[in-house]
Design a protein around this ligand. Structure first.
Ligand SMILES: O=P(O)(O)OC[C@H]1O[C@H](O)[C@H](O)[C@@H](O)[C@@H]1O
Length: 526
């Protein structure tokens, strides 16, 4: 029997709040530190490992975190989710994104169909479509092959697929699975669409209109923008566009598209990279086999997330440590710092995933909670971030927990040796150095050059960013966010907080404003 309780009512949480704190600087210095690094790690899927030696935990805190996981029934709640219970209580919906990549539990029936079969069918349809585009069975009106795919979408219909595309672009080129270049249009700023259209040959471009709801103003505006451009080039837009949407959306039945592929209301936008939302563009860009490998990596990671032993479950442990840092240690933000250029947009995707899911002040019953919930998430790839905001991370007044990601190998296999080391070695040396610099600091009589240390980080280490390891990495974070939502007792699967701004913007456009909004509207020349 599952009970949904607020974090601060749990006995293990009280125990956690009273547990002796770890002095990270002491713990990570000398042989102690070496022992911790060897001991404090959990294997993930696809050769990844979650290392948490540089977090403010010890065996005692870990034991309490494990108790907390059990008392909060994290495993049971995850099982309820993947077995098809209505976990998204705000919108009265099931939450089924894991089902797009595997079946963890029972068959889930909804809307009269087996949902796993439905998602697989959509993937197969996309695969078939992509193969026809690649082999020239589906062409433009002149019978020529499409060479570019352009995704039009925003939020979850943009960030995840875009981050995944960028993560695999070079890998695919190196492994001869690169089929078509992809571009993305998201912002309603006309300069976004104009810049993309300016840089491509529209006659050989296929556009993927992605909107789960089919009503998002930005996306529909950009669709009109693109259709205009196609018409102006003497082309028939319906020969150049496909749609990815839910079957109930206004786009679903339209004749304006070459083909339509479906997801549904049981997959939140920010959790949709493994559905048709990511599937269409990634299969067109890299081929369906590459997309399938990505799904397999995610499915493997999901299986690990179902492990009831929190200390052997990387996503659950990451979630628990994050809650400890947020609620007991009081840290307000978290930085995501991948030491991989391929993951350049991964922090932006995690920002939506985490902040839109857990940026809530009421619990799943709509009652205000008396504790802090989701942290502010930001990040940039290393080493670029080091030359930008790391100053504050090292010496600022706030402590910001850090989530590093690093790989032993690059994707392109092209490197140079300068001053006795390769670029890849320099990249990896930097991330190792940062972990210790943050944890241990450095004393200096000159206060300006003094580093306090005691700044916690974790690192996920892998061999290389490839489709499988990328899927595993994505699923790890999706599941971490889900477990944190369970701990905070919030609904991580709705996003009412984005509505008010949309409503007011419509009012501005209809010139139905007064007061300050009217003055701002005038200032902006609307
Ligand atoms: O896919 P769509 O229905 O067009 O939604 C696109 C995005 O817009 C909304 O405002 C939400 O904040 C996002 O969660 C969503 O991913």
């Amino acid at each position: 029997m599952i009970t949904w309780k607020n974090l601060d009512t749990l006995t293990a949480y009280q125990e956690l709040a009273n547990a002796k704190k770890v002095n990270l600087k002491e713990a990570m210095t000398g042989e102690n530190g070496a022992d911790r690094v060897k001991k404090y790690s959990v294997p993930m899927a696809e050769g990844l490992t979650y290392h948490f030696a540089a977090k403010q935990v010890d065996d005692n805190i870990l034991a309490v975190l494990k108790k907390l996981a059990e008392e909060a029934q994290l495993t049971e709640k995850f099982a309820a989710l993947y077995n098809g219970e209505v976990i998204n209580t705000g919108e009265k919906r099931l939450v089924l994104h894991q089902l797009t990549r595997g079946q963890l539990g029972d068959k889930v029936m909804a809307d009269g169909v087996d949902k796993r079969a439905f998602y697989v069918e959509q993937q197969q349809k996309i695969a078939e479509f992509a193969r026809k585009v690649h082999n020239g069975e589906i062409t433009n009106a002149a019978g020529e092959k499409f060479t570019t795919v352009v995704q039009i979408g925003i939020g979850g219909s943009d960030l995840g697929p875009r981050a995944m595309y960028l993560a695999l672009e070079n890998w695919a080129k190196k492994h001869d699975t690169f089929k078509m270049e992809a571009k993305f249009i998201s912002n309603v700023d006309p300069d976004d669409a104009a810049a993309v259209l300016y840089g491509i040959d529209v006659a050989h471009a296929i556009f993927v209109l992605v909107s789960k709801s089919g009503t998002t103003l930005e996306t529909l505006t950009n669709e009109a923008f693109v259709k205009d451009a196609l018409k102006n080039a003497g082309l028939d837009p319906s020969r150049h566009m496909i749609a990815v949407t839910s079957e109930t959306s206004p786009l679903a039945k339209s004749d304006d598209y070459l083909a339509a592929f479906f997801m549904d209301d049981y997959i939140g936008g920010r959790y949709s990279s493994t559905s048709a939302v990511g599937g269409a563009v990634l299969s067109l860009a890299f081929g369906p086999e590459t997309f399938a490998q990505f799904l397999d990596g995610a499915a493997e990671e999901d299986k690990l997330s179902a492990n009831a032993d929190a200390l052997q479950n990387p996503a659950m442990l990451d979630a628990l440590i994050g809650v400890y840092e947020r609620n007991v240690l009081g840290y307000p933000s978290t930085a995501v710092l991948p030491y991989s250029q391929a993951l350049s947009r991964f922090p932006a995707h995690l920002q939506q995933l985490d902040m839109e899911s857990n940026g809530k002040s009421v619990n799943r019953f709509g009652e205000p909670v008396d504790y802090v919930t989701g942290p502010v998430i930001f990040g940039e790839p290393g080493t670029n971030g080091q030359h930008s905001f790391y100053q504050l991370l090292h010496q600022g007044t706030d402590i910001v927990p850090l989530q590093f990601v690093g790989y032993r190998n690059n994707q392109m296999d092209t490197d140079v040796e300068i001053q006795g080391s390769t670029s890849q070695q320099k990249l990896c040396a930097n991330v190792a150095a940062q972990i210790i610099a943050f944890a241990c600091g450095k004393e200096d009589d000159n206060r300006n050059k003094n580093f306090e240390g005691g700044r916690p980080s974790s690192i996920i280490i892998g061999d290389q960013v490839n489709p499988g390891s990328l899927g595993a990495l994505l699923a790890h974070f999706e599941n971490k966010v889900m477990f944190q939502g369970f701990l905070w007792n919030v609904n991580s699967f709705d996003q009412e907080g984005v509505q008010l701004g949309k409503v007011l913007a419509k009012r501005v456009l209809a010139h139905e404003t007064d007061g300050a909004l009217k003055v701002f509207s005038d200032l902006l020349n609307i």
